[in-house]
Design a protein around this ligand. Structure first.
Ligand SMILES: [Zn+2]
Length: 238
């Protein structure tokens, strides 16, 4: 029996056409690949961001006091609300405390310093850190929020400015510029962009009343969270 051999005749033009089509296909596959990698990187940057939130004081240390109103309670409530908002928006958050405790250990000399050192050791594991406080001062007319950053830290200044932009939408600003500080332990020893936010003055009647309202604390929490998110998104673009 004779074996049938089939000779396929393909005109040269068809070969060129197939070649061109294949080249297009390869380019398309590479483009999709790059796009996917780019999207994944963006996602990792957005969701992998370690935001450290530090509610000031706690436990034996009430912070600023005005009658029954304690700084440590107000700042913890705002931070818990920020934590929820940021996590809902895909950001990983670490808190230096999530209950009414201080981080200084036993009540002895140097407790305050140990408390701050413990906070900084948590902060240094993150990408950005925001420490939340309330102000108190003799002059009862001083009111509004202020944001401090470490003098000389461009990143700290940018983070502070980003927070002020959003804070300005919900709370009066005592000073609308980021305020540089040289000698605040937390800012000075932190290795990542860190700011201290004073939400308002407990020594001012208007601020004190507002800070006691859960709805206002929610507004503050959302504004501060948006400020953090805007800063982080800016970082990805640069
Ligand atoms: Zn404080």
């Amino acid at each position: 029996m004779k074996r049938l051999t089939m000779a396929v005749f393909v005109p040269k033009q068809y070969l060129i056409l197939v070649g061109v089509l294949l080249l297009h296909l390869v380019i398309a596959v590479i483009a999709v690949d790059y796009w996917t990698i780019y999207r994944q990187e963006r996602e990792i940057l957005a969701t992998g961001a370690n935001v450290i939130l530090d509610p000031g004081h706690g436990g034996v240390d009430p912070g600023a006091l005005s009658g029954e109103v304690k700084e440590k309670d107000i700042v913890l409530d705002v931070v818990l609300r920020m934590n929820k908002y940021l996590e809902e928006h895909g950001y990983s958050v670490v808190l230096t405390r999530d209950e009414d405790v201080d981080l200084g250990g036993e009540l002895s000399k140097g407790r305050h310093r140990r408390d701050l050192e413990a906070r900084v050791s948590v902060i240094n594991n993150g990408q950005v850190a925001v420490s939340i406080h309330c102000n108190i001062i003799k002059d009862p007319d001083q009111k509004g929020a202020v944001v401090f950053y470490q003098k000389g830290s461009e990143a700290g200044k940018e983070l502070a400015a980003s927070l002020l932009t959003e804070l300005n939408k919900v709370q009066l600003l005592n000073d609308n510029r980021p305020l540089p500080r040289e000698n605040l332990f937390l800012l000075r020893t932190s290795k990542i962009p860190t700011v201290i936010v004073e939400l308002g003055f407990l020594s001012n009647q208007e601020d004190r009343t507002k800070l006691q309202e859960p709805a206002f604390r929610q507004q503050l929490a959302e504004a501060l969270s948006r400020g953090i998110i805007n800063y982080l998104e800016q970082e990805i673009e640069n």
